[in-house]
Ligand binder design. Structure first.
Ligand code: HEM
Length: 522
C-alpha cells in the first residue's frame, strides 16, 4: 500500500505516501463533526456532504515537476517554486514524484485545517536512513527519528527543561559566556583579517557560535569552537555533522535494499559512528563528574544533561540518542536565522538604531541581558519574528497524519497522506503581511495590525505537539547574541553592496557569503 522509497528535493523531504483513495462513512461523519475549530472548510461542503477525493486534486505531473526543478532551475530555490505553483494551482495542489504523491498546502487557513486535525502521534518523515543506522549499531532513537507512543514518551521527558521558560532562563549564563567569546572572535577577525572593519562569511562564524552555544546547554561543556585553534576532536565533530547531512541527502535517493552496496553508505555509517562516539565521551565524562560528587557527598548541580542523567527516566543510551539529535536540529537553524537578521539590520540603520536604544535602556552600561531583561525588549523579539517570517528556516515542512483521515478545503485525505506545508509561500501572503517583501519588525509589535494577522500566517517553529523542541533555547540564543552585538557594534553592510539571496538546502540558507562591517560604538 505504501511506497517506501524516499526522495529529497531541496526543502522537500518526501517519504511514505498512500496510493489508495475513497470516501468512507467514517469520513463523512468526520466532516460533519469537523474538529477544525477556526477558519474551517466552507459550510456548504459540510451541508452538501460533497467530498472530493485526492484523485480530483490538480497539480503538476512527475515530468512537469522535474522540468520545474531541473529545467527551470528551481532545484536550489524550491521555496520560490511554492509561490509560483500557488499562482498556477491555488493554495492546495498535488505534486507527483514518481509513485509518490505530495499534497501541498499553501494558505494560512488550510495549514491551520491540517494541523488542527492531526492526532496524538503525528509524523514528519520516517527518516529511514537515520533509523537504519540506529538499528545497525543498536543505538536509541531520538525525538527526530522516533515514532508512535515511544516518541510521545521521550518528548514528555525532554520537553520540560527545553520548553518551560523558567527552566530555559537558567541557560542564559552559559549562553552569554559563549556570546562574550563570539564578540571577541568578531573583534579579532575584523582587526586581523578584515582591515579593522570587515568580517567575511558571517553564516560560517555563526555556525561555530551556534555549535558552541548548543553544546554548552546540552552537554554542559565548552567545546572550543570559537578558539583560534579549534581542538582536533571538536573540529572533527563539527565536520562530521556537516558530512552526515551531506551524505543523508544522497543516501535517501536510493532504495534501502541497495544501501549496503553503496560506498557512501559505509561513509555515512562511519560519520554517524564518530558523532555517537563523541556524544558518548561527553556524556560519560558528565556521569563520572556526577559520581565523583556523590561519593564526596557534594550537592549535584547542573542543567540539562545533569537533569536527564539524575532523573533516571531514560537510559544513558537513550540520552545519547536524544541529545545527539537535539544537537543536529539546533545548529544551522539558529545560525542561519541570526545571519539573516544581521544582514537586514545592517541594511536598515533606522531599525538598528531603534534596537540599540531599546537594548541600552533595558541594559545600561556593561549590564549583560538576562532572560528577564530580554522579556522587556519588544523590538528585539519583533526583529527575530520578522526574520523568521522572511526566512522561515524550514520553508516547507512535511507532515503525515497517521491516526485519522482528514478533510481539507472539501477534499477527503486518507490516513498517512503526505502533506507539504508551504510555510514560505504563506509568509508572503499579502493579505496577512502588506508589502510582504519588506523587512518590517513593527508588524509584530502589539497593535491593531498584529491583531489582524492570521495565527498560522507565520509559524516558523511548527505547531502542536510535534513542534520544535528547541524553540525556547533557540530564541534565547538569538536574543542574547543579537542584543549584545547591536549594543557593541554598529553593523554595516558589505561595502561591495552585493545582495544575498536565499537558496534551499533543506533549510533556507544564504546563497552567497554574508560579509558585514563592525564599527565599535562609542
Ligand atoms: C531558529 C531556530 C529553529 C527553528 C526555526 C526550528 C524549526 C523547527 C521546525 C519547523 C520543526 C518541525 C516542527 C513541526 O514539524 O511542526 C522543528 C523540529 C525540531 N526542532 Fe527545531 N528549530 C530551531 C532550533 C532548534 C534547536 C536549537 C533545537 C535543539 C535544541 C531544535 C530541536 C528540534 C527538534 C528535536 C525537533 C523535532 C521535534 C519532534 O519531532 O518531536 N530546534 N524545528
Amino acid at each position: 500500500m505504501f511506497c517506501k522509497s524516499l526522495l529529497r528535493t531541496g526543502s522537500l523531504t518526501i517519504c511514505r505516501t498512500p496510493t489508495g483513495f475513497g470516501v468512507s462513512s467514517a469520513a463523512v461523519s468526520l466532516l460533519k463533526n469537523n474538529n477544525v475549530k477556526r477558519h474551517c472548510s466552507s459550510s456548504s461542503d459540510v451541508g452538501n456532504n460533497t467530498l472530493k477525493t485526492m484523485e480530483e486534486l490538480h497539480g503538476p505531473s512527475f515530468l512537469t515537476s522535474l522540468y520545474w526543478l531541473f529545467g527551470k532551475g528551481y532545484f536550489d530555490i524550491t521555496h520560490e517554486m511554492q509561490i509560483e505553483h500557488k499562482k498556477i494551482y491555488g493554495p492546495l495542489w498535488k505534486s507527483k514524484y514518481g509513485p509518490l504523491v505530495v499534497v501541498n498546502v499553501a494558505s494560512a487557513d488550510l495549514i491551520e485545517q491540517v494541523l488542527r486535525q492531526e492526532g496524538k502521534l503525528p509524523v514528519r518523515s520516517d527518516m529511514p536512513h537515520w533509523r537504519e543506522y540506529r538499528q545497525l549499531r543498536r543505538q536509541a532513537y531520538g525525538p527526530l527519528t522516533e515514532m508512535g507512543p515511544e516518541w510521545q514518551r521521550i518528548r514528555s521527558i525532554l520537553n520540560p527543561r527545553m520548553l518551560k521558560p523558567r527552566h530555559v532562563s537558567n541557560y542564559s549564563p552559559a549562553i552569554n559566556q559563549v556570546v562574550t567569546d563570539f564578540i571577541q572572535r568578531i573583534q579579532r577577525l575584523r582587526d586581523e583579517r578584515g582591515g579593522g572593519l570587515l568580517v567575511s562569511d558571517m553564516a560560517g562564524e555563526l555556525y561555530r557560535f551556534a555549535f558552541e552555544g548548543i553544546c554548552s546547554v546540552l552537554f554542559e561543556t565548552r567545546m572550543g569552537c570559537l578558539n583560534d585553534d579549534v581542538p582536533e576532536e571538536t573540529q572533527k565533530f563539527i565536520e562530521s555533522v556537516g558530512e552526515m547531512f551531506r551524505l543523508s541527502s544522497v543516501v535517501v535517493l536510493f532504495p534501502k535494499s541497495l544501501w549496503p552496496y553503496l560506498p557512501f553508505w559505509k561513509h555515512f555509517v562511519v560519520v554517524w559512528d564518530h558523532l555517537f562516539r563523541i556524544a558518548k565521551m561527553l556524556i560519560d565524562s558528565k556521569v563520572k563528574e556526577i559520581q565523583g560528587k556523590i561519593e564526596k557527598g557534594e550537592p549535584v548541580e547542573g542543567e540539562y544533561l545533569t537533569h536527564l542523567l539524575t532523573s533516571d527516566k531514560m537510559s544513558v543510551t537513550e540520552i545519547q540518542g536524544s541529545i545527539t539529535e537535539l544537537l543536529l536540529a539546533g545548529v544551522d537553524t539558529t545560525s542561519n536565522t541570526i545571519s539573516w537578521a544581521l544582514y537586514h539590520l545592517a541594511r536598515e540603520p533606522e531599525i538598528q538604531e531603534t534596537l540599540y536604544e531599546e537594548v541600552k535602556s533595558v541594559c545600561p552600561g556593561d549590564k549583560i541581558p538576562a532572560a528577564e531583561d530580554i522579556a522587556k525588549m519588544a523590538w528585539l523579539k519583533a526583529t527575530v519574528k520578522e526574520t523568521l517570517r522572511l526566512y522561515p528556516v524550514v520553508p516547507g515542512n512535511a507532515r503525515v497524519i497517521v491516526d485519522n483521515e482528514i478533510v481539507v478545503s472539501g477534499y477527503l485525505f486518507p490516513k498517512k497522506t503526505l502533506f507539504h506545508l508551504c510555510h514560505y509561500a504563506v509568509s508572503y501572503e499579502e493579505s496577512n503581511f502588506p508589502e510582504p517583501h519588506v523587512f518590517r519588525p513593527e508588524r509584530w509589535l502589539r497593535g491593531e495590525d498584529r491583531l489582524k494577522q492570521h495565527p498560522f500566517g507565520s509559524i516558523p517553529f511548527g505547531f502542536g505537539i510535534r513542534a520544535c523542541l528547541g524553540r525556547r533555547v533557540a530564541e534565547l540564543e538569538m536574543y542574547c547574541v543579537l542584543s549584545r552585538l547591536i549594543k557593541q557594534f554598529e553593523v554595516r553592510p558589505d561595502p561591495s553592496g552585493k545582495t544575498v539571496k536565499a537558496k534551499t538546502r533543506t533549510l533556507m540558507v544564504p546563497g552567497t557569503p554574508i560579509n558585514l562591517q563592525f564599527l565599535d560604538r562609542k
